[in-house]
Structures are given as structure tokens and as C-alpha cells.
Design a binder for this molecule. Sequence first.
Ligand SMILES: C=C(O[C@@H]1C=C(C(=O)O)C=C[C@H]1O)C(=O)O
Length: 357
Amino acid sequence: MSEDKLLPLRQQIDAIDAEILALLNRRAQIAQQVGHVKAETDAPVFRPEREAQVLLKVAERNPGPLQGSDVQTIFREVMSACRALERRVTVAYLGPAGTFSEQAVYQQFGHAVESLACASIDEVFRAAEAGTADFGVVPVENSSEGVINRTLDLLLQTTLSISGEVAIPIHHSLMSKDGTMTAVTRICAHSQALAQCNAWLNQHYPNIQRQAVASNAEAARMASEDATVAAIAGEVAGKKYDLQIVNAHIQDDPHNRTRFAVIGRLQTAASGRDQTSLVLSVANKAGAVYNLLAPLAKHGVSMTRFESRPARMGSWEYYFYVDVEGHAQDEKVAMALAELKQSAAFFKLLGSYPFSH
Ligand SMILES: C=C(O[C@@H]1C=C(C(=O)O)C=C[C@H]1O)C(=O)O
């Protein structure tokens, strides 16, 4: 009988689990001591650069057979639980619960956090600015649909810094109460999700009405109460509202991803593999943008992102959202930024944080 063979293997697993448990709690005791040291100087509990280094190291050292990314998931939660012994940080996000924003919170902080659902991106910023939350998580850009304008506008004004970045794959599913489309007369989702599934919907359900609602989670809630509504949402939201999947992964781009910024009062220290975000503008004259960016090339700093937004002052002027490789305190980045600041009409450092892709 296979049970006879399983028993000794399971006994070995039990013994290993006891060792893991003891080691986890030894780690937790040290984290508590770290917490006491930090409390003496009112130092920040969450240190994204240190957590990024720990995650990088475990993936590098991982001998297998466990996959590196799975080992990182485990350690993210270990650190989250250890950190919660120092203090449980509060993180505001664009709610309701079950959205991809909530998933982004857990991807950055693990599950041992207090997550605070907010009704709008503005409210996430306000919560972090007022100190109701230690951090906020806001969407910045979707790989299919482009930037989230409201976030870019608020980053321009805020006193907060970007202290981290999370990118998560966005997989949309079509879901209904009974897993069929028989009774369905309306497909509901956030306008971004409808746009990201546009070609698929045109092909499969060209005659069913589409309705944009406040969030995919709201669409899922509606579908759970009304058999004539199908929702497009992530599977987490579907589970939360007990929906059945009609079709999984219906987004037009299989690599669809959204980047989120972690915003807070913390200015993240260098981890060794970092990225820096800034906003610039120049006077409206020939060659101005070219000249503006020259210091980056001069100091060998790579630009990884360049996005423009109209300044909305009636003139055709733009704000440029630029990401560069490295930390603002790295020598060559510091020199390039000092020169950029000199020549730009407007310069704002949004923050430096661990590189996450
Ligand atoms: C233990 C610390 O505090 C937190 C928890 C960490 C961990 O569990 O490894 C790492 C960084 C901090 O976010 C620390 O700063 O070293």
C-alpha cells in the first residue's frame, strides 16, 4: 500500500517543519530586537531597500528544486510577519477589496499589513499625506492602455515620495453567477478593463451591451446579485463574490501588466539596484528637450522611461516624467540630476527605490 510508503516521508516532513518553525521564530525574535533599536530613534519600520536585498539574495542562493520566484513569495511573507512584530504598517490603496491594487499591496508588503481601501486615487494620496496610512499604492501605468493621468498629476503636487514600485500581471476573466452567458444582457467592468478586452468582446459577444462601472470589483458585486450581469474582473474578485468563470484570461494582450507606485513619507535608501523617478519641464523652444536630457548621456545614466503630459496652462508646454537607472545618491546620478536641475524650468525628484522588473 502506498500509505506505508507515505508514512515515513511524512514523518520526515513533520521533523523538518518543526525545525523551520523554530528558525522562523528565531528570525522573528531578532526582528523584534531590530524593532526596539528603531523605536529608540523613531526610525522607519518598513525598509524597502533592505527587503529587496533579502529577496534578491534568497533567489541567488536558492539551490532548488524550489523555484526562485516561489522562494521569494515565501520570504516576502516571512518578512511581512517579522515586520508586523515591529509594527503593522497601514497601506492605503484604490479599493474596493478584491481589486488589482489590493493585490499590489500584498505583493509589496506581504499580508501582515493593515490595508485601507480608498474610494479614489486622490483619497489614497490624502491618507498617506495626512498620516492615516503609512504608505499608499496607486496605479501609474498599464502596458495596454497607457498612463493613469490622475496619478501623474497628483505626483506632481504631492509632498510624498515614491518609495517603491510593483508591477503585476493583469489577467481578466469573464464571470457570471452560474458560469454561463444564458441570462446575461450586460457586461460590466471598469472602463480600463473593457478597453483591455475590447477585441475579444467584439469577437465573442458583439451584441451584448457593455457598461463601465467604478471598478471591476464593483462589477463582480453587481454580477453576484443579478443574473443578467456578467463581470470582467480578476479571479480574486470573482472568488470574493462567488462568481463562476465563463472565460478566463480574455485580455487582448497576454502580457498585460500594470505598474503601481508605493508612495509615502519615507525616502528609500539605496539597495544597489535602484531606479529614480523625476518630473521636468523646459521652456518651449527648439532643441530644449534634447539639451535638457544631455546631462544623462554625459554621465552615463540610462533613461528607462519618458512620458509627457500637457502642463494645462493654456500654452503648449509639457511636463516630462522620466525614470533613470540608479539611486539619486549614486555619484553619477547625483551629478546628472544636479545639472538637469540647473537647466530645467521645473524639476521635481519623485523618489529613488529598488528596481523591480
Ligand atoms: C528587520 C527589519 O525590519 C523590516 C523587516 C525586514 C525583515 O524581516 O528582514 C527587513 C526590513 C524591514 O522592512 C530591518 O530593518 O532589518
